[in-house]
Design a protein around this ligand. Sequence first.
Ligand SMILES: *Cc1c(COP(=O)(O)O)cnc(C)c1O
Length: 376
Amino acid sequence: MSIQVLKPKFHIDECLDAVRECLEKGWTGMGFKTVEFEQEWKKYTGHRCAYYLNSNTVGLHLAVKILKEQNSWQDGDEIITTPITFVSTNHAILYENLHATFADVDEYLCLDPIDVERKINDRTRAVIFVGYGGRVGKLDKIIELCKKHNLKLILDAAHMSGTRVNGVCPGTWDGVDVAVYSYQAVKNLPTGDSGMICFAEERFDKLARQIAWLGINKDTYARSNKGTYAWKYDVDCVGYKYNGNAIMAAIALVQLKYLDEDNDRRRQIVDMYNKAFSGNKNIQIIHAPYANECSYHIYELAVPNREALLGELAKHEIYGGVHYRDNTEYSMYRYADGTCPHAREMSDHIITLPLHMWLTDEDVELIIKTVSEFVK
Ligand SMILES: *Cc1c(COP(=O)(O)O)cnc(C)c1O
């Protein structure tokens, strides 16, 4: 059987039971399981607020939109971001007519605080930090910078479900204004598609709920009418349809129970890889700080000839991948071409090896053998 680069493993019977509950109750939309999952996520992470959405992408948009409106940013103001990410991160900035300024990445493939500081100017309003591969990188230094320069901080935590630092979820650190998680099909906590937005401030959580639900303002009505006409509501802004649904939340609630166990297995596999490759001078391992608490969403190596290695692996029915290309190579972001040399260098050499719950130790050993015999 071939080995895929990413493949989610579901606790199928439990998921089906949970979905059945929704179907029997006749409640598959927003509410019921979505509320339950928000509570469980808050318990699991320590976040004070959590609002369940249909993806991380819409969560990033909400984060940028709300911070822009609440802080009176102007069109064309800048947010500093990373070129090594899925495009969602950067599109979120453009959705709101802001400018994406790219800063280079460090040895963890996360934003490099030194280059971030160089790229701050008087139109800079925020930083979006991606906990790439589940790694916390130098988020602590980025928080210091944001405080020093009065910038907001958005954490794209799409890879970070389960990552902790000394037992604490970094999304809850003081200085992170909002953290956005993804439960997309191949993330550490897989559903079909969904995500969570966790604002530090409750008033922003309230706004997110309203904007993600077409701008419908039930609270205003409830306050003025004491619930007499419970069906009546006002709409006081042009909102979106960004909410999550109970079917996805039902699956999420089941998968959450296994997240720590799954992440333990990921770390075991990463240990096997790291031990095997650490003596190879043609292989660069991307290490994680606080490695024993990292969610390790993906496992990457930098190698001299990535295409050749992908081909060699494919011959053994092992399918590697590339996550992600330097975004400044895309037409949309080419204006920043050449501004992040380390990101470009890494983007040309990184390969993603299989890392998921279906891998047996024998699979991992076969992958190691194939890579080690080819890259010498
Ligand atoms: C997957 C991913 C996203 C988007 O998540 P969705 O839930 O699919 O919208 C955003 N940022 C990063 C870094 C991702 O890997």
